[in-house]
Design a binder for this molecule. Structure first.
Ligand SMILES: CC(=O)N[C@H]1[C@@H](OP(=O)(O)OP(=O)(O)OC[C@H]2O[C@@H](n3ccc(=O)[nH]c3=O)[C@H](O)[C@@H]2O)O[C@H](CO)[C@@H](O)[C@@H]1O[C@H](C)C(=O)N[C@@H](C)C(=O)N[C@H](CCC(=O)O)C(=O)O
Ligand SMILES: Nc1ncnc2c1ncn2[C@@H]1O[C@H](COP(=O)(O)OP(=O)(O)OP(=O)(O)O)[C@@H](O)[C@H]1O
Ligand SMILES: N[C@H](CCC[C@H](N)C(=O)O)C(=O)O
Ligand SMILES: [Mg+2]
Length: 491
């Protein structure tokens, strides 16, 4: 609870059309969630304009309204330049600036955010800290998980979650920070201690338009870090030295820089990497010590994720021996290189690769150990970057022996039209297109011979498929499992 005027003292640029000072009991951006005493924030969304719901919010009990243009309601209206950004400031204030009380680690980059945050979580758990995690899979406080809608939630949800973490005694929070969130200011008010960059490759050009804009959006995490030079709470930017975008981020941040890499000389490095089908071993070298790292995770890209997690944890004061122990025990991350094993004589892997770079990485990794044919079942999401479709199709055809194109989440687009965009990248080459994802997975599984490897890419942990407005239950792992059993019965 907070008085409106107290709350507004955190905002520096607004106009208020009232001298009233009601008590604010909650902040809402959705009129349907408003209850008595709420401050309603009108957000001009991508689908509808929240200003149209101000009256409904007041009817539901809102006692004040934040808006970008005047709305005619019988409660104080506060005009701001950008209501989404104002919301982030107000949410931070309303929930008692919870990130000031947490050690907060933010991870950004095109690929590897979910994996890296999970590695960091396990490391801190090993270090006997209470952890909180926010990302694509869920919000997790200690052992409890909660469903999420976005990888990086809207500021209201985000700050409320941080408050819950503080109340639950969380010491360290780690979160995925998407480029959308950075661009829209969802994370304004988050006081990061460590910011981590995984990599930058093509994705989300539907939203950011150009790679330069996309790179800049990710850079905001580093630009917004550490300008206080607080010697009691130093800030760290953890950067991938093998990714050229890091050079720009080094210039954008005032924080202490820690680099990691395999190719380029860096503060934290992996050397003598040995990759087998069951895991990896490598030497991790820091400025002060060296250790042997052993992991069940597979793929060179996961060496990068481990290096990023190690650098972030070392910067946070965790010992290298604790890090090595934690990484050694990690079984995997749901939907990331997850095998489906029903005792069949071929390998089935479900993975969340939905960008050109991740698909290429995963297929290259499979190629390193596959003894016979490699199948890939892959689609591209609707209402998302169209330009990645032909590129992903080309990668599928290039690295797999059998490429099967299918639907991912078509959303509002025609599934056949998405397949056309993919096929445009591979005209004249050999591939199979099966619109129905279940049928595509069944096709691969029924074709496979002993020793073959099937990669089912793009949806990983997802337990749904979005077709039009419908959200249907769909889980690649279950569909694959059923198809394997079906095949055994028919043999
Ligand atoms: C494009 C985008 O970012 N959209 C987000 C946005 O939805 P929107 O703009 O369509 O909202 P809207 O439906 O137009 O509503 C506008 C306003 O009216 C309000 N409203 C609406 C109806 C009503 O009756 N009353 C009412 O008050 C709404 O509560 C809202 O405040 O606000 C929603 C609520 O916070 C978000 O969940 C939603 O994310 C959607 C699901 C999404 O797909 N976002 C993607 C692009 C995204 O952000 N992805 C990144 C991850 C990318 C990656 O890592 O690969 C992420 O961080 O998730
Ligand atoms: N460091 C990496 N570099 C390239 N590809 C990676 C890396 N880590 C994971 N991948 C691939 O990308 C996929 C997605 O990984 P992950 O979920 O960790 O990334 P993310 O950044 O959280 O993705 P999203 O933006 O969709 O939330 C994995 O399934 C794997 O195929
Ligand atoms: N965070 C990503 C996830 C993509 C997952 C893929 N299955 C799809 O639906 O395109 C996005 O919203 O673009
Ligand atoms: Mg993620």
């Amino acid at each position: 609870m907070m008085k409106l005027q107290t709350l507004l003292s955190y905002l520096h640029d607004f106009t208020i059309y009232s001298g009233e000072n009601p008590t604010i009991t909650s902040i809402e951006m959705d009129s349907r969630k408003v209850t008595k005493g709420a401050l309603f924030i009108c957000i001009k969304g991508f689908t509808v304009d929240g200003h149209a719901f101000a009256s409904q919010a007041v009817a539901n009990g809102a006692v004040a309204v934040i808006a970008e243009r005047y709305v005619n309601v019988p409660v104080p209206v506060i005009l701001v330049r950008d209501s989404k950004r104002a919301m982030a400031v107000l949410a931070d204030a309303f929930y008692g600036q919870p990130t000031h009380k947490l050690h907060l680690i933010g991870v950004t980059g095109t690929n590897g955010k979910t994996t890296t945050t999970h590695l960091i979580e396990q490391i801190f758990r090993k270090a006997k800290k209470k952890t909180g995690l926010i990302g694509t899979l869920y919000t997790k406080i200690g052992d409890e998980t909660y469903e999420v809608q976005n990888t990086t939630p809207e500021s209201l949800v985000l700050q409320k979650t941080f408050k819950q973490m503080v109340d639950a005694g969380v010491d360290v929070a780690m979160m995925e920070v998407s480029s959308h969130a950075l661009h829209m200011g969802r994370v304004h008010g988050c006081d990061y201690d460590v910011a981590v960059f995984t990599n930058l490759t093509q994705d989300h050009l539907d939203y950011h338009q150009t790679m330069e804009e996309y790179r800049l959006a990710k850079g905001l995490l580093f630009a917004q870090l550490g300008n206080r030079f607080d010697h009691t709470r130093p800030k760290f930017a953890v950067l991938n030295n093998d990714d050229s975008s890091s050079e720009q981020y080094k210039r954008m941040t005032a924080a202490t820089i820690i680099t990691y890499g395999i190719e380029t000389e860096s503060d934290i490095m992996a050397k003598a990497i040995d990759i087998t089908p069951s895991g990896m071993v490598f030497t991790i070298v820091t400025p002060t010590e060296e250790a042997q790292m052993q992991t069940k995770l597979i793929g060179r890209f996961n060496v990068y994720n481990i290096l990023a997690a190690t650098a972030a944890s070392l910067a946070s004061g965790v010992s290298l021996s604790t890090i090595v122990e934690a990484i050694g025990e990690i079984q995997g991350v749901p939907g990331r290189f997850e095998t489906v094993d029903e005792g069949q004589n071929f390998t089935v892997i479900v993975d969340y690769a939905h960008t050109p770079d991740s698909l290429e990485n995963v297929l290259k990794t499979i190629r390193e150990f596959a003894k016979r044919n490699v199948y890939v079942v892959v689609g591209c999401g609707g209402d998302r970057d169209r330009t990645k479709r032909p590129i992903m199709a080309q990668i599928a055809v290039q690295y797999a022996d059998v490429a099967i194109f299918t639907s991912d989440n078509p959303r509002s687009e025609q599934p056949e039209a998405i397949l056309q965009d993919m096929e445009d990248g591979v005209r004249g080459q050999s591939y199979v297109s099966i619109v129905d994802r279940k049928e595509a997975i069944r096709y691969a599984i029924h074709q496979a011979q002993a020793g073959d490897v099937i990669l089912i890419a793009g949806k990983g942990h997802e337990t749904y498929q979005i077709i039009g407005e419908q959200v249907l239950h769909f889980d690649d792992r279950l569909v694959a499992r059923e198809a394997i059993k079906e095949r055994e019965v028919s043999c």
